[in-house]
Design a protein around this ligand. Structure first.
Ligand code: UD1
Length: 434
């Protein structure tokens, strides 16, 4: 397996192009199952998770054509044509679902279009138990009959068509809201979703469904009203920029006390992250092409953060921010409220000299003047990126193992950072050594 080697200490200066949002694309791709016409998705990022979703859709019978690099707002992104004229198979197998939880997003559209679906239960993952009970309860309210057999969710709809329902999510769920949006788009009658997720990626899916002919009100609010239609049609849609990739490179600029322009980034999607970075001591401003993060000569200080559903501070930025706080002056407290067990990066950061104490859902960080390089390894995507960030600021060499986690969510990470002056390279690995 590949590794990444970083020699820390270089101040980043330059520009980084931000790609399409992974989590939006992972919800938009299965939306193609709702129509027999073609859905064209532009600005698609080139990531391992997107390839996994493409494999899953292909085995449901979706035909896909990838149209290389297409100009998009001054930077590049790929265009994928997805056509689900004939759905040949309604089973999402264990082998693909276990690789990626977002595979469960085929459940709502398959049920809505075919009246049946068999999807492997995602099971646990590195950042907690992460059940899908809320997805299933909501689909049952819409008339689906659901059993769990042999590790699979086996769902059928008597009469083939889901019916509208009043769904109140007891807690905000991004994937649950997305599954229900897709299911409700083709259901009989009106569905109301209360306590719906407001994440920009959920709104992106809703806007795409509207472009496909769905009737949805309340997009971007906590209450969605979906009037089911008989059929949806094809559409052309461009994936919004990735706010987590944006935030990660913003932290890269701050942690190296550098200046980086994030080309194609949308500042309105990163307000909570901007607020924290500014409180820490970085400057953030608009440019013609995106957003500038400037920490040249900044004296960074600790801040307290708490993860929350959007528009609060994103859990997917928690690990990266902690790397920054580990080098800021003073103490900080980071509280994780979305996932249990999302401090897997802490022992690895500690190996690099970070001073962090975890008490339940909170971590107290006491900043040190300098981290030091070490061999490290992470167990999930964002934890891995926090180690890259720590390594950029650390003295000496850091080797990051299990790079496949990074490849799930960051396109050409080492090339983008190297172009800004980071001393970073990928070392092709020997599988036997892992
Ligand atoms: C999505 C994102 C992930 C992000 C998360 C929270 C994708 C592909 N992934 O994950 O990167 O970290 O939102 O912003 O978009 N829960 C239940 N039962 C359910 C569903 C969720 O208990 O049926 C719990 C989860 O365990 C978790 C919380 O609700 O504690 C939020 O999860 P959810 O918003 O559903 O996250 P995902 O959609 O899986």
């Amino acid at each position: 397996m590949d590794k990444i080697r970083i020699i820390g200490g270089a101040q980043l200066k330059g520009s980084i192009v931000i790609g399409g949002a992974k989590n939006a694309a992972l919800a938009l791709m299965p939306a193609c199952l709702l129509t027999d016409e073609t859905l064209n998705l532009a600005n698609l990022p080139h990531l391992a998770d997107i390839t996994t979703m493409a494999h899953l859709l292909a085995q449901h019978g979706v035909e896909m054509v990838l149209n290389g690099q297409a100009p998009n707002g001054g930077h590049t992104g790929r265009v994928l044509e997805l056509n689900a004229k004939t759905i040949t198979n309604t089973t999402a197998p264990y082998d693909l679902v276990r690789k990626m939880r977002a595979s469960v997003l085929v459940l709502g559209p398959l049920l809505a279009r075919c009246g049946e679906a068999k999807v492997s239960l995602p099971g646990g993952c590195a950042i907690g138990t992460r059940p899908v009970d809320l997805h299933l309860k909501a689909l049952e309210q819409m008339g689906a009959q659901i059993e769990v057999e042999g590790g699979y969710i086996v769902a059928t709809v008597p009469g083939k068509r889901l019916k509208g329902a009043h769904i109140v999510f007891p807690q905000v769920t991004v994937g649950g809201t997305e599954n229900i949006l897709m299911a409700a788009a083709l259901a009989d009658g009106e569905t109301i979703v209360a306590n719906a997720a407001r994440e920009p990626e959920v709104c992106d899916l809703a806007h795409c469904l509207v472009a496909m002919g769905a009737k949805i009100e309340g997009i971007g609010t906590g209450t969605l009203r979906i009037q089911g239609v008989e059929r949806l049609h094809g559409a052309d849609y461009s994936v919004l920029p990735d706010r987590i990739e944006t935030g990660t490179y913003a932290v890269a600029a701050a942690i190296t006390r550098g200046t980086v322009e994030l080309v194609g980034a949308r500042r309105d999607l990163m307000e909570s992250v901007e607020k924290v970075l500014v409180e820490c001591g970085a400057k953030i401003s608009d440019t013609d092409r995106g957003v500038l993060v400037d920490a040249d000569g900044a004296h960074l200080v600790g801040v307290d953060i708490m993860t929350e559903p959007y528009p609060g501070f994103p859990t997917d930025m928690q690990a990266q921010l902690m790397a920054l706080l580990a080098t800021a002056d003073g103490a900080s407290m980071v509280t994780e409220t979305i996932f249990e067990n999302r401090f897997m990066h802490v022992p690895e950061l500690a190996r690099m000299g970070a001073r962090v104490n975890v008490h339940g859902a909170s971590a107290i960080i006491r900043g040190v003047p300098r981290l030091s390089g070490a061999p490290v390894m992470a167990t999930d995507l964002r934890a891995s990126s926090s180690l890259v960030l720590a390594a950029l600021a650390a003295e000496g060499e850091t080797i990051i193992n299990r790079v496949y986690h990074l490849d799930r969510g960051y396109e050409r990470l080492e090339a983008k950072l190297a172009a800004c002056g980071a001393n970073i390279e990928r070392i092709a690995g020997d599988a036997a050594a892992e």
